[in-house]
Design a protein around this ligand. Structure first.
Ligand SMILES: [Zn+2]
Length: 499
């Protein structure tokens, strides 16, 4: 039995979620739904990173306690499951979930037992926005390349992780595909990082600098564990790593695939730091590291730190779950950046969902009611000239499987869209109304049968991508006990783009 553990990153909760995070959630949900539909066992894991210093600073700015702040803010992230229609199996919150702290401590002790943790004095330039130290060479005019802020000079005694020790094994695992990093540009980026030399990195900070927030270093209460160590650990701690129980054996050690989805900005943490920590701790490494790009809005970067401009809640409220999911899946190229505008979202939804797919199903069901008494014609009737349509229907299965194996959501949805394109063409070519006028009943039944099969296939194949729309299409195309199809009703409304 194939089983997959699929994770999203756990976001800092210092601001409202933006559309870029919705992209990652929807991609993860599609993979999970698709694999479940093929009978695989899947666990989709999400969570929130509560222990960041950024959260502490945001709470102070808001004038409330840190726990109170993260509790309230986390809801905005976990609450996206409703409007985006996600099936998430488990959510872990790093500040309050009892599984987490105990698991992070175990991970620390495991690396310490391997001799990979040591104390030394350290001075460096730290960006709180990124929660990382920057070598001077990576700064732009002395400022964080991501935030444009001047990093803090930090000088203190820290714990370090012996990353340098894992450069060679890590390189081998990535080069031979044991750890598959997608797309290939990102894999090459990681290999170049490793080839540039991996320095040991700081994995703790003084409790004072952490404002007393976070998980203390086991046996060294003056230090708090680096928030990235803590956050990456969630992928294990959510499986009861501390208790070494059944979930860990089933979903990590024994899983066929351990898949992390993430944005390109946190590649180094997931493809270098995290597998090295796992090697040190004697645990299995991820099998798939799947990297998506960033979204811009009208050409501007959207991120929490830049101020959220596209609120996924508002977007779903205005245009509906189907339209938002469809844009994210249909328009964002594999692993690359994409620019969001409401006009593009509305264009996709109207051209492909309302006019393309919705109109097709409506038309086919109406034709069956007009010319065949509302009964689905027997599938044995021959459909003249239906090779292109039948091809689109029959190939969809293989095309979607191949595309999702490549984590290419645009190519996968293209296969569903092809069915609608070919079916609409077929209606216009076969002209069932003329067959009816001419009394060519056998051919008419064949045409309607081929079209109904195509609509049913579109509903089935659409399910992992747009579960709501797919369910409506499937209902519309399912005969009742007497073999009668429901009367045609609008399935996918046109939307008006407001700016
Ligand atoms: Zn930064």
């Amino acid at each position: 039995m194939t089983n997959s553990y699929i994770t999203t990153t756990i976001p800092y909760v210092n601001a409202r979620p933006h559309l870029g995070f919705a992209l990652e959630l929807v991609q993860a949900d599609v993979l999970a739904r698709y694999r479940r539909s093929r009978g695989e066992q899947v666990r989709l894991q999400a969570g929130t990173d509560d222990n960041s210093l950024k959260n502490v600073l945001a709470a102070q700015a808001a004038g409330i306690g840190v726990q109170e702040f993260v509790d309230a803010s986390a809801t905005a992230f976990t609450g996206l499951a409703g409007p985006l229609n996600l099936v998430v199996d488990d959510v872990i919150r790093t500040s309050s979930d009892p599984r987490h702290r105990a698991g992070v401590e175990r991970l620390w002790r495991a690396c310490a037992a391997s001799g990979d943790l040591y104390r030394r004095h350290y001075e460096g330039l730290y960006c709180v926005g990124c929660e990382q130290f920057y070598p001077a060479a990576e700064l732009a005019d002395g400022r964080c390349p991501d935030h444009g802020t001047v990093p803090d000079l930090v000088a203190e005694e820290n714990w370090f992780f012996r990353l340098s020790r894992y450069a060679a094994p890590l390189r081998r695992l990535i080069a031979d595909g044991t750890i598959r990093v997608e797309p290939a540009e990102r894999r090459n980026e990681v290999l170049a990082l490793i080839d540039g030399g991996l320095a040991d990195f700081s994995v703790s900070r003084s409790t004072e600098r952490a404002r007393g927030w976070g998980i203390p270093v086991p046996g060294d209460p003056g230090q708090v564990i680096y928030v990235w160590w803590d956050a990456l650990g969630n992928y294990l701690t959510a499986l009861d790593y501390a208790g070494d129980g059944e979930n860990l054996a089933r979903w990590w050690t024994g899983a066929s695939r351990r898949v992390h989805l993430l944005g390109k900005g946190v590649l180094r943490f997931h493809a270098v730091y995290w597998p090295a920590i796992l090697l040190s701790a004697g645990e299995a490494v991820p099998t798939d590291i799947v990297v998506h790009g960033y979204l811009t809005e009208n050409g501007r970067k959207i991120s929490k730190s830049a101020g959220a401009t596209v609120d996924p809640y508002e977007l779903v409220g205005a245009y509906g779950t189907d339209a938002v999911r469809w844009w994210l899946l249909r328009e964002v190229p594999r692993g690359a950046d994409a620019d969001f505008t409401v006009g593009r979202l509305a264009g996709r939804a109207n051209d492909e969902l309302a006019n393309g797919l919705g109109n097709l199903v409506n038309r086919v069901i109406a034709l069956i009611h007009r010319y065949h008494g509302g009964h689905g014609p027997a599938a044995t009737a021959s459909a003249p000239d239906a090779a292109a349509l039948d091809g689109a229907v029959e190939n969809a299965h293989v095309l979607i499987a191949g595309a999702l194996d490549d984590y290419d959501f645009r190519r996968a949805t293209e296969a569903v869209w092809r069915i609608a394109v070919e079916a609409n063409r077929y209606v216009n070519r076969a002209r069932p109304w003329e067959l009816a006028t001419a009394g060519r009943h056998a051919e008419l039944a064949g045409v309607l049968s081929a079209l109904l099969r195509a609509c049913q296939a579109a509903g089935t194949h659409l399910a992992p991508f747009l579960p709501d729309a797919a369910a409506r299409i499937t209902r519309q195309c399912s005969p009742d006990g007497a073999g009668l199809l429901p009367s045609p009703a609008p399935l996918l409304p046109r939307i008006a783009a407001r700016s």
